[in-house]
Write a protein that binds this ligand. Structure first.
Ligand code: F6P
Length: 747
């Protein structure tokens, strides 16, 4: 039992004993008082009528005696009266006098010799209670001079005493209860004042202003000091200590979260096993910003990545627990593959996630579609992934990374089953304003699901604000705008901006030949003249990437600066993506048509302006292209971050090349030295391409160097490290609040 409850129970028990004791005492005392009072009244009544009674007896006036007794019982509290002689025989009685009550039962039974002796009667009185409690009988002697005439018996009604007792007891009870409530209020106020004094004393002691340490605070103070030290260390840990590296990230996880094993939940797996035509198996690295960012984090920290096993040879390559150790050849973490039926994949991935949420969150003019069946699959698949997390967790407070819009419901599902878990959720795409998110029929469920997280991350503060506004508008919750947190059911979810990034140094870059070599190989492959210029675009074939607008800008460049005809080639790598969705199939057709038209307009016998390669391209080839190019154009119409921009810069250790970057990407907020454009504005975008192609090497160097510096500092290890440190700070704060609450209860 809690100390406060123990105190209240003891207080109530003491109060009950006190009330019972007072009750008995009051009942006994009032009853005695009333009996004495009645006995006195009987005495008065008899002595008042004594002379007349003696007269009546001497004259044997039975009728007069009867009237005298009738006069006595006129008193409302005297019910009946009887006159008995010294032989204990009745002389007269009022009509109501109980027949069962004879003079013999009441009389003094004196010895014959004493029966007429006045002195023997003087001290005799009788006052007794009849069965039933409310009726008493009194007997008083009738003495005149030395002569005894007999005795008068009166029957008294004491029911008034019971009524008075009841009202006294009621009054007593009310008085005690009022006193109890007053005492409780006074106690509470005193405890509060005491707690405030203690709090103040604690604050002074913790800040070192007070040297008079109170012994009861010493253990609490020790705990608080160590938590505060931890907070201060974590505050510094992110800023100081140089560039973030895999080792530093691992150390942060061990030191601040006592964990060595992360559990990541992300739909797309980082390594896909596919069958080749000859039956052999090859490993594929999917084109995904999420994978580019999270994979190095998992390599650094170790743990398990729970993802959808979508490869044709995925089942072939797992063990009995559906685990496969990766990266191939340098195993440092595990992929746990979950298998989805065709219907599940259709409803959850293609339907709800990519025909509903994806267009809803991107301002790219594709209408979202929401179907109830897709929603049901989305819920079921989220449950399936949450089950897998619980299955993989080896403690009750694991560190779980939930990734992206595929799993908005997972954080809440996990919170219900693992209340002590640290759940870090990252939403890799934009979060729209409240009006827009409310288009989704299940927007409150999505927001509530995400609020199961300890920390919810977005790329930009703008998206955080949109989320806070939505939580404020659609949920019963409290928004702490100073701390950027949502408080619901007494739980706090921090909503923070963590701009995602790439690994630094980049392991693909380390394995890529020098720029000149790459350029020679790519130029040879594309059959470009040595003095030609190369632009590149690398994207999933997605309508949010602005690929049509990009080609429009190239067309406009060739119109306004025709001297680039025959000299400038743009190579577009477009990885097929979500091809079962009609909007993507349509995009594929539109892009191909557009390229055919532009190429048809400008191509020469041995040159074409746009080379479109609609095929999956592995990272080593992509990094070779980055190194070979003069310009990289990222023209997204809306993009959470866009890591192609950062990978291009990571690849350029020769500090050459120009990045033309859409202002609608998260990356544009960090990479100020890029040529920032509005991709819809073909004049501006084509002018930027022209500027890029003319840019002197020194200017390229200055810009690339500044941006590389930025990315090296804000690399993906820092992205993950910041979230882990914030989570650790949150845990420390919660522990401190718990300590203070426990101390307050025991005080
Ligand atoms: O950049 C991140 C991202 O857009 C994710 O949100 C998405 O999961 C991924 O790239 C690629 O999409 P998919 O998983 O559908 O291939």
């Amino acid at each position: 039992m809690k100390p406060t409850l123990r105190f209240v129970a003891a207080w109530l028990a003491a109060l009950l004993v006190l009330v019972a004791f007072a009750w008995l005492a009051v009942t006994h005392t009032t009853r005695t008082w009333f009996e004495k009072d009645v006995a006195l009244r009987a005495e008065l009544a008899v002595s008042g009528a004594r002379r007349a009674l003696i007269g009546g007896l001497e004259t044997r006036d039975t009728h007069g005696l009867q009237e005298l007794l009738t006069d006595i019982v006129r008193d409302e509290r005297i019910l009946a009266a009887s006159l008995c002689n010294t032989d204990n025989r009745p002389i007269v009685a009022t009509p109501d006098f109980p027949r069962t009550l004879g003079c013999a039962e009441i009389g003094p039974h004196l010895h014959e010799d004493d029966a007429l002796d006045a002195s023997a009667w003087t001290s005799w009185r009788k006052f007794t209670e009849l069965p039933g409690g409310d009726v008493h009988v009194s007997a008083s002697p009738l003495i005149g001079g030395d002569h005894v005439y007999g005795f008068v018996v009166l029957v008294h009604d004491l029911s008034f005493a019971a009524r008075r007792e009841a009202s006294t007891q009621r009054f007593l009870l009310i008085t005690f209860l009022t006193l109890a409530v007053l005492a409780a209020i006074v106690t509470l106020i005193s405890v509060r004042l005491l707690w405030r004094n203690w709090g103040e004393a604690l604050r002074r002691m913790a800040s070192g202003d007070d040297d008079n340490r109170r012994p009861e605070f010493i253990p609490l103070l020790k705990d608080m000091r160590s938590l505060l030290n931890r907070l201060a260390q974590e505050e510094n840990a992110e800023q100081h200590g140089g560039i973030w590296s895999p080792q530093r990230l691992k150390l942060t996880l061990q030191r601040h979260l006592h964990g060595e094993r992360l559990i990541a939940v992300a739909n797309r797996e980082p390594y896909i096993h596919n069958y080749n035509a000859d039956g052999s198996i090859r490993v594929l690295h999917p084109a995904s910003g999420l994978v580019s960012a999270l994979e190095p984090v998992m390599r650094a920290c170790s743990g398990v990545w729970i993802g959808h096993g979508a490869g044709s040879a995925d089942r072939e390559t797992v063990d009995a627990r559906d685990h496969v150790r990766v990266p191939p050849g340098e195993e440092s973490y595990v992929i746990r593959r979950l298998w989805l039926s065709k219907e599940e994949e259709q409803g959850y991935y293609y339907g709800f996630a990519n025909e509903g949420l994806w267009p809803l969150c991107h301002v790219a003019h594709a209408r979202p579609t929401f179907r109830i069946d897709d929603w049901r699959h989305y819920q079921a698949v989220n449950r399936k992934f949450a089950d897998a997390v619980c299955d993989e967790a080896d403690s009750d407070d694991p560190v779980i990374l939930v990734q992206d819009y595929h799993f908005a419901l997972v954080p809440k599902m996990l919170r219900e089953r693992l209340p002590r878990a640290t759940i870090l959720t990252f939403w890799h795409i934009p979060w729209p304003n409240p009006e827009q998110i409310s288009i989704c029929p299940w927007h409150t469920e999505l927001i509530e699901g995400l609020l199961g997280s300890s920390i919810l991350g977005f790329h930009t503060q703008f998206h955080c604000n949109n989320f806070l506004d939505a939580a404020d508008r659609f949920l019963e919750s409290r928004i702490d705008r100073e701390d950027f947190a949502v408080i619901q059911h007494q739980r706090r979810t921090l909503v923070r901006a963590y701009p995602i990034s790439v690994e630094w140094p980049n392991h693909w870059v380390d394995a890529t030949p020098p720029a000149a070599e790459c350029r020679a190989a790519v130029f040879a492959d594309l059959k470009l003249p040595a003095d030609g210029r190369l632009g590149v675009g690398v994207d999933r074939l997605d309508y949010t990437k602005g690929i049509e607008e990009r080609f429009g800008a190239i067309e406009r460049l060739l119109e306004r600066e025709p001297h680039w005809i025959g000299k400038f080639t743009f190579l577009q790598i477009a990885s097929p993506s979500r091809t079962l969705i009609e909007r993507y199939a349509q995009l594929n057709r539109d892009v191909e048509k557009l390229v055919t038209r532009i190429n048809g307009r400008f191509a020469t016998a041995d040159w074409q302006p746009i080379v479109l390669r609609t095929l999956h391209t592995e990272p080593p080839d992509v990094f070779r292209l980055y190194r070979a190019a003069d310009v990289c154009y990222v023209s997204s119409l809306h993009d959470g971050m866009n890591l192609v921009a950062k990978e291009f810069l990571a690849a350029r250790d020769d500090e050459q090349g120009v990045l033309v970057l859409s202002k609608f990407t998260g990356a544009a907020r960090e990479l100020a030295e890029a040529l920032i454009v509005n991709p819809y504005d073909l004049e501006e975008a084509s002018a930027a391409l022209a500027l890029a192609l003319r840019m002197p090497p020194e200017e390229q160097r200055a810009r690339v160097r500044a941006m590389r510096q930025q990315i090296s500092e804000m690399n993906v290890y820092r992205w993950a490290g910041r979230m882990l440190l914030d989570a650790s700070r949150l845990r420390a704060r919660e522990q401190m609040a718990g300590l203070l609450a426990a101390h307050r209860q025991s005080a």
